[in-house]
Design a protein around this ligand. Sequence first.
Ligand code: AHR
Length: 514
Amino acid sequence: MKSLRFTLLGLLIPFISNAQNATQLNIKPADKQIISKHIYGHFAEHLGRCIYDGFWVDENSTIPNKGRIRLDIVEALKKIKIPNLRWPGGCFADEYHWRDGIGLRSQRPKMVNTNWGGVTEDNSFGTHEFLELCEMLKTEPYIAGNVGSGTVEEMAKWVEYLNFDGVSPMATLRKQNGREKPWKVSFWGVGNESWGCGGNMTAQYYCDLYRRYATYARNYEGAPLKRIASGANAEDYNWTETCMKNIGTRMWGLTLHYYTLPTGNWKDKGSATAFDETQYFNTMKNCLRMDEIVAKHSAIMDKYDPSKKVALIVDEWGIWTNVEPGTNPGFLYQQNSLRDALIAATTLNIFNNHSDRVKMANLAQTINVLQALILTEKDKMLLTPTYHVFDLFQVHQDAKYLPIDFVSPDYVSGDKKIPALNVSASQDASGAIHISLVNLDPKNKIKLNTSLNGLSWKSITGQIITSKNVTDVNSFTDPNKVSISKFNGAKKEGSNLSVELPAQSVVVLELKQS
Ligand code: AHR
């Protein structure tokens, strides 16, 4: 009898301790909040090999292309439904004079790209080429105008060239250059990093300039602009406060730039591929700061704009490491590991969870620069671990936001700790629920017990991104080392969901009505 009691207890203990160890997640039904698809936006600057040798190939290239735009890249980006593409910078935008990039290519003036490697820019990729690319990608253009070294007239005329459908000098010029109908560009950046490379301005001076430039960047018929002010660097809350006070609802959006630096030190940011657990931990800690930074800027915006008319636009984010050894330091070429995938997924979860205020974001940058989606080497290209995250997370685009409550287990490293788990969830138009889960802990799995509080569902499928080491990358010799595979660790238990989330993984679950 005694031994039977012990046997029964022995059988029960694993279940009791499983239930006790599991993290409880409560997902609540949707209210009105939508996760804007524009949170999943991208950025292509005239920097290093993003445009030239990225999107844009040589005139006589044998790489399949249409009008010099590389087709394998277009296909890959269409697959993840990129909603918008920011161009031409970045810092480059405030030295870019758009008229140098139109008309016959052979007659376009050349310039020095002073920000990025001092290389010669031949202006072969300009306004028409960019907008052709956007049409091929079926994505919305987001153009950053030049406030730093350009004039009010120059910006006003660019908008007229792009958007006016009548008789005017700029509309005529556009037609002479082969484009009859206006493009009707909507997202319009008034400068970039005006506190730094965009003119080293004070916040108050920028606000005054914004009001002037934005006045003459006109709304033409059928083409109202969404004017976007150049916002704060990371924790510069004074910049946001000044813009909200002085510009307010004269802007559609206000930007924020925050990059994750592994070491936190701009002079030696850390390697993209050679890092130990301490540096991995610190990188993730720095990545998670995005949540606090967004929350604090949002709180300031709430003070001036409680009805949330002005969007917070994180139009530069991602991990910034030292460049790959042997590459041009001005080209910002870095490899992309499983760590990058965990950063991308965590940051997108943060944005989803702040989607009441964050309406748009742009990862820096699309190809061969910083936290790229795609790397190229001559005719070869590969999809990075970060690309695969955008592939999995596209299910959240324009879906209804589902709030979640949970207390994360800790990821402990030495005497420090951070939350190991981050999550966001949404419900799409068909009623399917998508839950994106990230476990930052490189050693321990996380057990989850999830209540869906009345949300109905019948079947579950899942996909996962993980790999043996957080340092694993996709290379031209092993391009699929880190990719998406089927996830079998989620089960329906009554109306609840139980999940076993592997260490260092990104999982997206789909709960369907049928
Ligand atoms: O994305 C690279 C650079 O980072 C951008 O040009 C600039 O805006 C930022 O400082």
